[in-house]
Design a protein around this ligand. Sequence first.
Ligand code: GDP
Length: 296
Amino acid sequence: MTRAVVLSHLGHELLVAPEPSLTPTRCALRSALPPLVAGDEVRLAEDEDAVLAVEALPRQTLLERQTARGTRPICANLDTLLITFASAPAPHGDLLDPLLAAAFDAGLEPWLLHNKCDLASPEAEALHQEFTALGFRVFRLSAREGMGIDALRAALSGRRAAFAGQSGVGKSSLLNALMPEAAAKVGSLSERLNRGLGRGRHTTSVVRLYPLGARLSDGTLIDAPGLRRFVPVPVSAWALAKTFPDVAAAAAHCRFRDCAHDQEPGCGVQAALADGTLGAERLARYRQCQAGPETL
Ligand code: GDP
């Protein structure tokens, strides 16, 4: 039976990319299947005149976002989140921290993509140095000049990655630089499918899947509209500590396990602030990430 990855769940139909061609195809669903999201894998069976998804394969990871009405799944089975920032628009660490935390919470490895390195930006460079010093994997890139693209493509081999990050940082440009042929081909296919599906509300929800090789196991890059406007779920204490290893290291010295790092005696975080090993802006970002977004 053919294995396929789900691109979108459209009412009673799925849009899937079946191996080996990974060409987007519509198929019906066997009624017993659970709700599926982009990145889920299914097995397909063909009868006389239709393709049917008959089995949902176990999900490895699930990335969810917060909406005014609760949590919504966006993408399954990713292992890497490509959190993109750029020299322009000027980056803000407090917009990147929740994405890092959401990646950790969902069991994904966050990578930081520093794009537009052809333009000078002290703010972006400071963030680059900061994240590198904290032990994160940071790529120095210019989609425009091709800087770092080969190294990123090689690093992505065998991975299932998706882009996240604010509008205008160059996610589409990076995708085109990484895989010009696939992007052109899949892009035009998606447009045809969008036209074919006809109903407006579906056109923006089509996820594009860019294969990094001939098989799904060679890796895929996913461009999911839902991930571009991504408000992460409230983060766990564990993910917060992974996102802020410097704050977590200082907090390990607190006298009380439930220390709020405020006025408590024997607070390791306040001590680190006092002796300069922790910057006040890092603690402010930690608190902001812990509090979550003000609006959804
Ligand atoms: P997205 O909204 O994140 O998908 O961003 P786009 O890929 O649409 O890029 C936004 C703008 O930034 C476009 O005008 C691109 O030409 C430009 N851009 C993308 N990458 C680079 C880069 O590496 N250097 C420079 N200088 N501009 C870039």
